[in-house]
Design a protein around this ligand. Structure first.
Ligand code: ASP
Ligand code: MG
Length: 406
């Protein structure tokens, strides 16, 4: 008998019929002899609807009250699912995060799980019940309701699986697995059977929205085997997210991720002297603006051009700060460009294959795509290009690295 944690996202429980469908799938896993804990999200659109209500009353709602409000979304789904399970003869009980005792810190809206008291869950499982747990929520040490950040039900599921030492954590969603790239950009994208935690983390942080990033970190840290599956298809093994296998040679590249949410800022003609990078980026950091890629170019007149990327939504703010710095430093000009994309190759196989970067640059140059910035890590190479080249670049790289369907 295996212990499985299943998580169903908002679209999977978006209607009463879909909740009944989830109940059937849960029962199937139960009938196959498994112990099953189910974590659910709010019905799709519900969390946004609740946040909208709060917004009608206050521009900056009290974070504590906002958490009390939005957690009701999940409370609706757990009760409905437990009823649907009982209706088809599957004994079940629902619990809110506070009832299970998912203990978190007090950071409303982005709380972290400190501990899970799983005694109640174990007792129910032992009594033959399916346990249905509200995702996305917990309780702090003073009894305040907290939430784990948008998409946090994934993290609840992984944390439950870790606490219960589950055999597998299955994330049911509206796609049937993790793909080599977004099939909307490259229809030849292929579903991966396996991907490592490290790769998944890179894919997720680069904008592949299949899983909440924190849930992948958590799964890697506690070694929870994680599987992404479709809640709408009966068949299929989905994608298993796991550790690198010894002795199995990894593919050169596992996937291509891209990010449309960045903007590029350049300050031109600043004096090339110690402390300049700090003078430029210090005020940006002080304003809590996160910087991603950085490039510095030295001209032969003793000045330097300094370019970095930030989230697109913070471009104007960063530009204003940079303009003040430019005035102070006597820089030539400040240029902001929000028509860029970042395209990244991801793969643990990069560690043992040379020449991946040059193959990437060659492929892009064949397509006449100009590379504006480059950054690399052990398992990732990213380039910034004009956003009009997104589709062309992704497709060309997908083909060059042999990622298409067999
Ligand atoms: N309902 C929450 C959200 O929409 C949590 C989740 O779906 O994972 O972000
Ligand atoms: Mg989600």
């Amino acid at each position: 008998m295996a212990l499985i944690v299943q998580k169903y996202g908002g679209t999977s429980v978006g209607t009463v019929e879909r909740i009944q469908n989830v109940a059937r799938r849960v029962k199937k896993a139960r009938d196959a002899g498994n112990e099953v804990v189910v974590v659910v999200s709010a019905m799709s659109g519900e969390t946004n609807r609740l946040i909208g209500l709060a917004g009608e009353i206050s521009e900056h709602p009290d974070p504590r009250e906002l958490d009390v409000l939005v957690t009701t979304g999940e409370q609706v789904t757990i009760a409905l699912l437990a009823m649907a399970l009982q209706e088809i003869g599957c004994d079940a009980r629902s619990y809110t995060g506070a009832q299970v005792r998912i203990l978190t810190d007090s950071a409303h809206g982005k709380a972290r799980i400190n501990d899970i008291d799983d005694t109640r869950v174990h007792a129910d499982l032992k009594a033959g019940r399916v346990v249905v747990v509200a995702g996305f929520q917990g309780i702090d040490q003073n009894g305040n309701i907290t939430t784990l950040g948008r998409g946090g039900s994934d993290t609840t599921a992984v944390a439950m699986a870790a606490a219960l030492r589950a055999d597998e954590c299955q994330i049911f969603t509206d796609v049937d697995g993790v793909y080599t790239t977004d099939p909307r950009v490259e229809p030849k994208a292929r579903k991966l059977d396996r991907i490592t935690f490290e790769e998944m983390l890179e894919m997720a942080s680069l904008g592949s929205k299949v899983l909440q990033i924190r849930s992948v970190e958590f799964a890697g840290k506690y070694n929870v085997p994680l599987r992404v599956l479709s809640s709408f298809e009966e068949e299929g093994e989905g994608t298993l997210i796991t550790f690198e296998e010894d002795g199995v040679e990894a593919a050169k590249i596992s996937g291509i991720a891209f990010n449309r949410d960045e903007a590029k800022l350049t300050i031109r003609g600043v004096p090339d002297e110690p402390g300049v990078a700090y003078k430029i980026l210090g005020p940006i950091g002080d304003a809590n603006i996160e910087v991603d890629m950085i490039v510095q170019n030295i001209a032969n007149d003793g000045t330097t051009d300094f370019t970095f990327t930030v989230n697109r939504s913070e471009c104007d703010k960063a530009r204003g700060i940079l303009q003040r710095t430019a005035d102070e430093l006597g820089a030539r000009e400040v240029i902001a460009d929000d028509h860029i994309v970042k395209i990244s190759l991801v793969g643990v196989g990069m560690r043992s294959h040379a020449g991946i970067a040059s193959q990437m640059f060659q492929t892009l140059s064949h397509e006449g795509i100009n590379i504006q910035m480059i950054s690399t890590s052990e398992i990732k190479i990213s380039v910034v290009v004009d956003e009009k080249y997104l589709e062309l670049g992704v497709r060309a790289l997908h083909e060059a690295f042999g990622l298409e369907q067999e």
